[in-house]
Write a protein that binds this ligand. Structure first.
Ligand code: FES
Length: 123
């Protein structure tokens, strides 16, 4: 029996990668992305607030897990904060700062993204 090693995880991406149309993310929604870059993978998510987008590496500062266990469920039910599904950490969507839970005061790692001609792209 052979075992394959998990692909290496990246914490940054090259600039200019088109991720989706801005309208593919709800006006106050969030969406996850996995980019295959060579043999490695990058896991991140983008939060949209109207015309503005903010990106984060999908890795909780508490224990390093991806935030969600359900596809794209990055937000609290009222949509005001981001949440980690594992131990309940809460984050400000605008700057990724933890405002509740086991990693209070820590922050999500920013993933630079921006909009260009109605598309969300890496920056
Ligand atoms: S891994 Fe996110 S709160 Fe523990």
């Amino acid at each position: 029996m052979t075992t394959e090693a998990a692909p290496a995880r990246l914490d940054r991406t090259p600039a200019g990668v088109r991720l989706c149309a801005l309208t593919d993310i709800a006006e106050r929604g969030a969406r996850g992305f996995v980019l295959q870059i060579g043999e490695a993978r990058f896991h991140g998510f983008v939060v949209r607030r109207g015309p503005e987008v903010v990106g984060y590496v999908d890795r909780c500062p508490h224990m390093g897990f991806p935030l969600v266990q359900v596809l794209d469920a990055y937000q609290t039910p009222d949509g005001r904060l981001l949440q980690c599904a594992w131990h309940g950490a809460l984050f400000e969507p605008e700057d990724g700062r933890c405002v509740g839970g086991p990693c209070l005061g820590a922050s999500l790692t920013p993933w630079p993204v921006r909009t260009v001609d109605g598309a969300v792209v890496t920056a």
